[in-house]
Design a binder for this molecule. Structure first.
Ligand code: AMP
Length: 309
């Protein structure tokens, strides 16, 4: 079993979709990643920052999932990172309405001593300087470093982001972000350009159109499960990332073949995440449901065909 360190936002989100609207609820990249990865019963810890306005019950909920929060700083006089987004009927695209960095603006992450020897590092979506600081504080390079980011950081901190991207093994981004990062419309060409920036593995998430995994010349595609209920896509990307790295850390196998299974686990968890607002569905997920959906993934993608020459 690997030791997993996660860095990312722990946040308040306000979300609007065609199916409903929420006030400030629990969100944040590290929250979704942690909840998803916790399925594997790993030794996992989060590095993040929240303000004095952040309810203790949210932190307790994460601790109850065996997630170590030693690395979560509470700035008593500060306000928690707040993000607000709106989706229209095409749930694959969203508009960010508000990004209030608040305590994230001056965050200096500190890697807890007991995670300095982590062998899996998940650099969730936040300021690339924070991601870089965490890399630099770990004395021996972890077995695998995965990075997730988004357009906000490409728009505002591209140079720092490029420096981090050069140091990691796997990048997980969505199709729009892959195009922005590479300047290429074709996702195949985009992946080639991103490989050249550093990461050996490129995962491109396409929302309800599935996810692609590239490793130089090789590619693998996982569909998204066709769902009856899609309510709120927020956190699907982070939930995917948590399932992806959680599976790799629990199996300790970082081969391309095993990454294919990790992509399926990621897609599996993301399919649950979108069924309810925020973390609601992930909070009540059980092992049987996950295994049942893995079976559905298999049935959806397996076929026999005879090749004629
Ligand atoms: P996802 O839908 O997986 O891309 O991630 C949604 C989560 O990302 C939300 O819970 C937000 O709190 C968080 N988020 C939104 N914008 C940012 C940002 N600029 N930096 C870090 N986290 C963010």
């Amino acid at each position: 079993m690997g030791k997993l360190l996660i860095v990312g936002t722990v946040a308040f989100d306000a979300i609007e979709t065609p199916f409903g609207k929420t006030d400030k609820i629990l969100g944040g990249a590290a929250t979704y990643i942690g909840m998803s990865a916790s399925y594997f019963g790993l030794d996992a810890g989060i590095i993040s920052v929240v303000g004095g306005d952040f309810p203790e019950k949210y932190l307790q909920m994460l601790r109850d999932r065996n997630i170590d929060l030693t690395g979560v700083e509470v700035v008593k006089e500060g306000k928690t990172f707040f993000w607000s987004g709106k989706y229209d009927y095409n749930l694959n695209t969203r508009d960010t309405l508000i990004t209030d960095l608040n305590v994230l603006a001056d965050f200096n992450p500190v890697v807890p001593e007991n995670y300095e020897d982590c062998d899996f590092l998940m650099l969730g979506n936040l300021h690339p300087a924070v991601q870089m600081s965490v890399i630099n504080q770990i004395p021996n390079r972890p077995k695998l470093v995965v990075l997730d980011t988004m357009n906000f950081w490409m728009d505002n901190t591209m140079d720092e982001l490029m420096e981090v991207i050069a140091k990691i093994d796997v990048i997980t981004i969505n199709d729009e972000e892959a195009r922005q990062l590479s300047g290429e419309y074709s996702l195949v060409k985009a992946a080639q350009k991103i490989h050249a920036m550093g990461p050996k593995y490129v995962v491109i998430k396409k929302g309800e159109n599935g996810a692609l995994l590239f490793n130089n010349g090789d590619a693998f595609f996982a569909p998204a499960l066709p769902l009856e209920e899609v309510f709120d896509p927020t956190g699907a990307g982070d939930t995917f990332a948590g399932g992806f790295i959680g599976y790799l850390a629990s199996t300790q196998d970082i081969s391309f073949e095993n990454m294919k299974r990790a992509v399926i686990y990621g897609s599996n968890f993301a399919s649950f995440c979108v069924e309810k607002f925020g973390i609601e569905r992930m909070e009540n997920l059980n092992r049987d449901e996950v295994q049942q959906r893995l079976k559905q993934f298999k049935e959806l993608t397996q076929f026999e065909i005879e090749l004629t020459h």
